[in-house]
Design a protein around this ligand. Structure first.
Ligand SMILES: NC(=O)c1ccc[n+]([C@@H]2O[C@H](COP(=O)([O-])OP(=O)(O)OC[C@H]3O[C@@H](n4cnc5c(N)ncnc54)[C@H](OP(=O)(O)O)[C@@H]3O)[C@@H](O)[C@H]2O)c1
Length: 244
């Protein structure tokens, strides 16, 4: 992998360095999203993002997980992708602990319906996942999930994005890695709560009728971004944007 921007960087990319969180991320919530998209903006093929990403994308995906305090994800992605817990190899655990992070970051799932299977692989985790839900979620489903996760109410009929981030911050989880999906992404970005977007552009056309990286109700204004880094490998672009 090599740098296109900044242009004077050395040829060999250290991904830990390239994707280091800014200093302030330890003190307040800093939300970084990570998506892969086709050249025509598709965020899934057959309901999965896997077919879009190559080796470089998988490397970035893993690195971002290893740098964060918590992986935040919407229930749609958990169901579509049969999400599992974060896997951190022993050497990376040591690095994380030395840097003051927990050995393994939990996954936090956002759901209004609490329609998640307590027997799903996500809940067979070394670190207890967090379920961010709302008062309107059926009590029996919430109770079932409380057996396998920490269940936190962050709103009445829906999860308020700011309340979800506050609940994570209360638990010391401020370096937030938002892995989607498009619906949750649009809500955080639309509320002005997205600090950074890491976007892999894969060299393929996904074709018509695909989800994009933001879905749901439209915004009155676009959210402006500033391009701060571009890496490339095997025809893929790895773009890093911050909120303008
Ligand atoms: N290309 C990529 O990098 C990438 C990344 C992630 C996902 N994807 C793709 O995106 C697709 C899934 O899209 P999606 O939009 O359904 O994903 P999503 O945003 O993960 O899930 C939507 C669901 O999340 C919950 N949710 C979101 N915002 C909420 C809020 N404010 N309050 C309460 N619940 C909230 C709801 O769950 P309940 O229905 O349980 O209430 C909602 O139905 C999949 O095909 C996946 O492969 C692609």
């Amino acid at each position: 992998m090599r740098y296109l921007l900044p242009q004077n960087e050395s040829a060999e990319v250290d991904l830990d360095q390239a994707y280091a969180y800014p200093e302030q991320a330890a003190g307040r919530s800093y939300v970084r999203s990570n998506f892969v998209s086709s050249a025509d903006g598709g965020a899934e093929v057959g309901g999965r993002s896997g077919p879009l990403g190559g080796d470089g994308d998988r490397q970035v995906f893993r690195t971002l997980r290893w740098l964060c305090d918590v992986v935040l994800v919407g229930a749609g992605t958990v169901r579509h992708e049969n999400y599992g817990p974060v896997i951190v190899p022993p050497q990376r655990r040591e690095l994380r602990v030395a840097a003051g992070l927990a050995a393994v970051p939990p996954v936090a799932v956002v759901t209004a319906s609490a329609t998640l299977d307590p027997a799903a692989r996500l809940f067979d985790a070394e670190v207890r996942p967090v379920v961010l839900t709302c008062a309107a979620a059926p009590a029996d489903r919430r109770a079932a999930l409380a057996q396998v996760a920490e269940v936190v109410l962050c709103g009445d009929n829906t999860v308020e994005p700011a309340a979800a981030l506050a609940a994570l911050a209360e638990r010391g989880l401020t370096r937030v890695l938002l892995e989607g999906g498009p619906t949750l992404h649009a809500q955080l970005a639309g509320a002005g709560l997205l600090d950074e977007l890491c976007l892999t552009v894969a060299p393929l056309l996904a074709g018509p009728d695909r989800k994009t990286i933001t879905m749901g109700d439209g915004w009155p204004e676009p959210a402006r971004l500033r391009l701060i880094q571009v890496l490339t490998e095997d025809g893929s672009l790895f773009l890093r944007y911050q909120r303008a």
